[in-house]
Design a binder for this molecule. Sequence first.
Ligand SMILES: [Zn+2]
Length: 216
Amino acid sequence: MEFAKPLPSYLVQRYQGWKATSYKENQTWYRRLATEGQRPRAMVISCCDSRVHVTSIFGADQGEFFIHRNIANLVPPYQPDGDHHGTSATVEYAVTVLKVAHLIVLGHSQCGGVQGCIDMCKGHAPQLEAKDSFVGRWMDILRPRFENVSDIAGDDDQARAFEKQAVIASLENLMTFPFVESSVNDGSLSLHGLWTDIGEGGLEFFEAESQKFLPV
Ligand SMILES: [Zn+2]
């Protein structure tokens, strides 16, 4: 295990700063969370992108959100085949154990994962086509929806539209999980699709009626 090294000093310093300030000011709350356990009201599925700051956008404190992040905020379809399904495991835990009331899929602008999928669909990314490309095979979840945006002129407009397709794909795939479907149907769980504009700080929500993303 010689490959595991101590933290770089800049992170040690930041940690010590947090412990002396933010933690110290909220110590009672942290201790309560530790003894009483978590009771988050919402789960958020967002992209891993470092620019998507889920807790900042909603001013959320520790204990409020159960968060799962993956490439392009995708949820795969329900596939109980005995393999390792990280995203599906988080959804199962949030819905059946934590019983969150809201499940939010948060997409974002300038998503590198979605752009990679566009590149694949246009034949510009042979490296992502390889069987051993985890990113490529993950983005296959979104791939069939490229036909919904293939007519859009302008690379930026097409990318923004495909990012929103990733949110819709995840919402639809969530409903293939029996425990999600039954919780939605009995009213104990609601699903929400969001998309945030990194540069402008904008937030749009998916309105099922119009099938459009509208400003929050
Ligand atoms: Zn992304």
